[in-house]
Ligand binder design. Structure first.
Ligand code: R5P
Length: 304
């Protein structure tokens, strides 16, 4: 067992370990914090295994390891575990900063026999010696209960709101969640923009994944809709919602999310469904990552 295991995370001086999935974000974060970065080298062997080398002495240091777990999900996740384990065994006190936390949607046994994937991720992180987890807009806060060490999810929605305010005319806007689970997100965005909000009712066939959405409870005719979600993956949820709102007379439809995974043809499908612009953050680097979460993460890290 490493000698540092009983120390707590009370010092505010951080060293940043840029994980291979989040190098740009790490550099941006280090700048905001005026923190030093350590050298994390990684390579992939022909058989798909990852090799990671830590180039600095981290003994006794507080290290914020930044590694998002967007696709290729399992590779990024495993790299996170490898780096965290090495840092811990080298005597660092490790805070895992995982801007997009994969597997968070499977946070309960929806159908009998399903693995609660998030519980497995929490145990794996614990086994590497991570002392704290910070993520951004976890799918549902109830998922944090699986972590047996301090964990927190900070929201990028107010930062998205600020971006929208400075790039769009928002007087006629209406914030809408494509499902009832995201109601609070839509409300948070609406409060940032001082506009109305609503949540649609979405149902997904848990076996085949097909989605259907209900009508909003408020009149959206002539409104500029900002659909807001934690994740846009295939874009299916937002497409269905956009089509429904257009049918009901919405004037413009935009889509905002914290984690723009945008797999496959998602971007094209969203355009086809009438979404005029997609606004995401850089928890997942993409062509729509317009909002930088570095200041948000920096604020949180420096308050610890
Ligand atoms: C689900 O409840 C999430 O909040 C998102 O709505 C969902 O993961 C988005 O996935 P997709 O873009 O594939 O519909």
């Amino acid at each position: 067992m490493p000698a540092n295991c009983n120390r707590d995370l009370t010092l505010k001086r951080w060293l940043i370990a840029p994980g291979p999935a989040s190098r740009e974000l790490s550099i941006s974060l280090a700048k905001v914090l005026s923190a030093d970065t350590i050298n994390v080298e990684s390579r992939i062997f022909p058989d798909g295994e990852s090799k990671v080398t830590i180039g600095n002495n981290v003994y006794g240091k507080n290290v914020a390891l930044i590694q998002s777990t967007y696709p290729p999900t399992d590779r990024h996740l495993f790299q996170l575990l490898l780096i965290a384990h090495k840092l811990n065994r080298s005597g660092a006190l490790v805070c895992a900063v995982v801007p997009y936390l994969a597997y968070a949607r499977q946070d309960q046994e929806f159908l009998k026999g399903e693995v609660v994937s998030l519980a497995t991720i929490a145990d794996l992180l614990q086994s590497t010696g991570v002392k704290k987890l910070i993520t951004v807009d976890i799918h549902s806060e109830r998922g944090l209960r699986y972590f047996q060490f301090p964990s927190s999810s900070i929201s990028a929605i107010p930062s998205i709101g600020k971006y929208l305010r400075s790039h769009f005319k928002v007087d006629n806007a209406f914030s809408v969640s494509p499902d009832s689970g995201g109601r609070l997100r839509a409300q948070m965005l609406a409060e940032t923009l001082s506009v109305q909000f609503d949540a649609l009712s979405k149902s997904r066939d848990r076996k085949i994944g097909e989605i259907s959405v209900g009508a909003p409870s408020k009149n959206v005719e002539g409104k500029d809709i900002i659909l807001v979600d934690d994740i846009i993956s295939t874009g299916g949820s937002i497409c269905k919602a956009a089509e429904k709102l257009k049918e009901l007379g919405a004037k413009h439809v935009y889509a905002a999310c914290s984690h723009p995974l945008l797999v496959g043809e998602a971007e094209m499908n969203l355009k086809k469904a009438g979404v005029e612009e997609i606004i995401g953050t850089n928890t997942v680097p993409s062509s729509v990552s317009k909002v930088d979460v570095a200041p948000l993460l920096a604020e949180h890290l420096s308050s610890m």
